[in-house]
Design a protein around this ligand. Structure first.
Ligand code: GAL
Length: 383
C-alpha cells in the first residue's frame, strides 16, 4: 500500500476532524460541534443546569426543504457557550403511521426546556402542528425526562385556555357583537374588537391557538408560556402549574392585533422584557421590544431594539430566546435564527449581547465577540 493512500485511509477511519476549540462567538458563521459538524438546533432554547448549558433545537435534514420534522429535537451541551458537544436526539419523533401526535412529518418547532425543582423533571415544551394539517392545529406540547439530555417522553398537547377568559376580560365582551365578523381588518373598529376578544371568543371552547412560543421561569419558580395566538395576531401569556406540565387557567393577552411572533422573555432589574418579530415566516423583519413591571402587563412597546446596519431585518434573523449568562449578573445573550428556507439544515445562529440603554433593550451587530463584553462597565440594572 502506498504511503499517501494509507494516510488517506487512516484519516477516513478517524472520522471528521474534531473541531478546534472556539474562544468567541461568530454570529452567522458555520458553528462546528465537537465532531466538526454545523450545529443542528434551530429555533433553539438553552437550559443552564448544574454548571452546564444544554442547547435544544429543531433537527433539520440535509436537502429537505419545508418544516416537517423527520428526527426530532437535537441536544448539545457546553460549559462555555462557545464549544458544544453533541448529545444526540433528546426527543425523537414517533414512526410515520404510528398515529402519535408527534409522528414523523408533524411540525415540531422552537423546543424550550426548563427544570422543575419540585418534581426533579426536565420539561420540554414545543410548538406542534399535527401531520398533514399545515399550521391549522396550532398546538403547544409537552415532553418530560429525568435527565437533561433525555430521552424525553411525549406527554400531550394543548390548546391553552379552553373555557377560561383572560384576566380582566369584561362581562360585556363574553358575547359576540352584532356584525363583528364582517368588520374590515386593520380598521380602528376591528382593532378594538380584537382587543375586546373577537378571536378569544371564537376559540374559547376549543382552546386558544398556540404557535411560536417560549417558556419563562420567574425568580419565584413560577413558569409562564408565551405563544403567538389568535392566528398570530395576539400574544398570549399563560401561567403553568407547579409541575410545569399544564396550565393553571390564568392567562392574559399581550399587544392585541400587534402581529408578533418568535417571543423571547427575560427579567432584568425587576422588569420583564419581551422581544418578538413581526410575522413574515422565515423571511426576517424588524424585531420589536416591550417592557412591563408585572408579567401580567400592561406591556409598553419600546420599538426595534436593533440599531446600526441591518437593524431593519434584525441582522437577517428572527428571535428564539434570551439567555441570562450564568454567574454574570446583568448579562443577557440574544439568540436568533438566520433561517435558510432552501436548505434549512444550513440555518445560521445569530447570538449577540443584549444590552440595555436608558431602560431599553439594545442589539448591535458584532462579527465576533466574547463573553468578556459583559465585564465592561455598563449602566446599572436599575436604570
Ligand atoms: C416563522 C416561525 C418559525 C417557522 C416559520 C415557518 O414565522 O417563527 O418558527 O414556523 O415561520 O415558515
Amino acid at each position: 500500500m502506498k504511503k499517501p493512500f494509507l494516510f488517506a485511509v487512516l484519516l477516513a477511519l478517524a472520522g471528521p476532524a474534531a473541531a478546534q476549540k472556539l474562544t468567541a462567538f461568530h454570529p452567522g458563521a458555520v458553528w462546528p460541534d465537537n465532531h466538526g459538524t454545523h450545529l443542528n438546533a434551530h429555533g433553539a432554547g438553552v437550559l443552564f443546569d448544574k454548571g452546564r448549558y444544554y442547547l435544544f433545537g429543531e433537527h433539520k435534514i440535509a436537502g429537505l426543504t419545508g418544516n416537517r420534522a423527520q428526527v426530532g429535537v437535537h441536544c448539545y451541551s457546553s460549559r462555555d457557550l462557545y464549544n458544544w458537544r453533541d448529545e444526540g436526539i433528546a426527543l425523537a419523533v414517533a414512526p410515520a403511521g404510528s398515529g402519535s401526535e408527534i409522528e414523523q412529518g408533524c411540525v415540531l418547532e422552537r423546543p424550550k426546556v426548563v427544570f422543575n425543582k419540585k418534581t426533579g423533571q426536565y420539561v420540554m415544551w414545543f410548538h406542534l402542528e399535527l401531520k398533514g394539517r399545515g399550521y391549522a392545529a396550532a398546538r403547544t406540547a409537552v415532553a418530560v425526562s429525568g435527565k437533561a439530555t433525555g430521552p424525553y417522553r411525549y406527554v400531550r398537547s394543548y390548546r391553552p385556555g379552553a373555557g377560561q377568559w383572560p384576566l380582566g376580560f369584561q362581562e360585556a365582551w363574553k358575547q359576540p357583537l352584532p356584525g363583528e365578523k364582517d368588520l374590515k381588518w386593520w380598521t380602528p373598529d376591528w382593532y378594538r374588537a380584537v382587543a375586546e376578544g373577537l378571536f378569544v371568543r371564537r376559540d374559547f371552547a376549543q382552546g386558544q391557538m398556540a404557535r411560536d412560543m417560549t417558556i419563562f421561569v420567574d425568580d419565584d419558580g413560577k413558569a409562564y408560556h408565551v405563544s403567538a395566538s389568535e392566528d398570530n395576531l395576539t400574544l398570549h401569556l399563560a401561567e403553568l402549574t407547579t409541575d410545569y406540565q399544564d396550565f393553571t387557567g390564568r392567562w392574559n393577552t399581550i399587544a392585541p392585533a400587534g402581529h408578533n411572533e418568535a417571543p423571547a422573555l427575560c427579567k432584568r432589574g425587576g422588569k420583564y422584557y419581551l422581544l418578538t418579530s413581526g410575522c413574515t415566516g422565515w423571511a426576517p423583519n424588524a424585531a420589536r421590544s416591550f417592557v412591563a413591571s408585572s408579567i401580567w402587563g400592561p406591556w409598553q412597546a419600546l420599538g426595534n431594539p436593533a440599531v446600526g446596519p441591518d437593524a431593519d431585518s434584525t441582522f437577517h434573523s428572527q428571535s428564539t430566546a434570551i439567555l441570562p449568562v450564568a454567574g454574570r449578573p446583568d448579562a443577557f445573550l440574544f439568540m436568533a435564527d438566520r433561517w435558510v428556507p432552501k436548505n434549512p439544515i444550513d440555518g445560521r445562529y445569530i447570538w449577540l449581547p443584549l444590552t440595555f440603554e436608558d431602560g431599553r433593550p439594545r442589539l448591535r451587530w458584532a462579527d465576533t465577540w466574547t463573553l468578556g463584553v459583559f465585564d465592561q462597565p455598563r449602566p446599572a440594572a436599575t436604570q
